[in-house]
Design a protein around this ligand. Sequence first.
Ligand code: BG6
Length: 507
Amino acid sequence: MENRPESHILVIFGASGDLAWRKLMPAIYDLYVQKMMPENVYILGVGRTGFEHDEYVNKIRTGVEKFAQIKEKNESFYNKIGYLSLDTSNVDAYQALKSRLEEIKETGVEDNIIFYLATPPDLFVTIPSALHIQGLAKESKYTGYRRIIIEKPFGTTLGSAIYLNTHLSKAFKEHQIYRIDHYLGKETVQNLMVTRFSNSIFEPLWNRNYISHVEISASESLGIGSRGGYYDHSGALRDMFQNHLLQLLTYVAMEPPTLLDAESIRTEGLKVIQALRPISESNFNNEVIRGQYTSSLIRGEKTNGYREEEGVPADSRTETFAAVKLTIDNWRWSGVPFYVRTGKRLPTRVSEVVINFKPTPHHLFHENESILNTNNQLIIRIQPDEGILLNFGMKLPGAGYRVKNVGMDFHYSDLSQVYLPSAYERLLLDCMLGDATLFARGDTVEAAWRFVQPILDRWTSDPTVPLYGYPAGTWGPIEAERMIEIPGMNWRFPCKNLSNSDEYCEL
Ligand code: BG6
């Protein structure tokens, strides 16, 4: 049984929004039912909408019933919830929050407070400074802890991320700040550390001597749906690459931390990002590929192109696909390219890390081109069907030496007794326990932006950089396949293109 957090008040700003309804409250409910929330906890939703208490609680109930993993009913949860309607952009209005927090403490809840900013990013400066002005951010020997969780996006440029960090640090110290990257809350991402650092068979091979290249893919089959207004100002590089995929990269590539604590692990992560070689200016168009999905037929049905989606301008040049070739300039990874790609409207939803090992030095079993089919791969599947797959060559029965690639796999779902917490469940619990390991540190976020910003700048300033179209339901622009220059190698495609075909994806 994990530790149970201390009694506290959890204040959720943006409490009437979709994130709180769909993800946060259901995750808190799951924790509550498993007795991982303290007995004496209070969850105070704060938002601009003028809900009555019962109206808010009923709204939350509908979200919990729909999205919580645990379907068992527990009415007492709803007694722990309250709502405060507040104009969050007005600093003076926070006096009401202060009074409400005092009232809650008088009911016996300890003086520990977590503020969760599930709001649009334009409030990421206003709310912390209002909390600071009201004296709600400061920890002292007379108070319990004060923590703040900030949702993404943490900045939209390097400059805005620095601005945000600067302002946040006026109100909260770094140890109080928890920047959410929900990818780090995924079980298989954490399992990367265990796979690497608790098995003597993998770590000795985890370097330039044995690995030819690494792929990291996060593909999504859905388009941008109703999020066109947000997405068109973001694009795949900001939305997925700068945060989730670079954070994931740190777990694949970091040196073993000396201790299993937040600072040791995050410091090793930072070193990976700092070692990324800036994208070459002269070879830019081969190292970074961007694409945008176009209208297509998927399983016989017409699918919108990105420019036909709601809220997207008809001449938009926002990328819905990005593939980047990364070079990590350090001892371990010298000469090992990391290919990272993400996109919307690809054939399936899958996030994977693929470690491609070098072929044997002498190709003994060369007949029937079997060597091309037997590159050893370790596939770490982040989602769905979380697990690990090892591909290697085996002899086909019969005369001669015909070699076939076979797989040895482990699926989390085989551990039938094991409950997989959602990313939000895991991250919320960690914050309540004061463990910041799976949250992005300010310096790492800035380092990631430092790497990404020149790519964005080049896209804005150089009209000759291509934006390739790719039919919805395919694996992105063909140019992304060409970026893997290793003979006989391509990205791993867990299923075929869906465009103009009736083929279904199976992992
Ligand atoms: C979010 C992005 O951060 O991550 C979305 O804004 C994306 O565009 C989502 O769809 C992917 O997360 P997951 O957990 O569904 O892979």
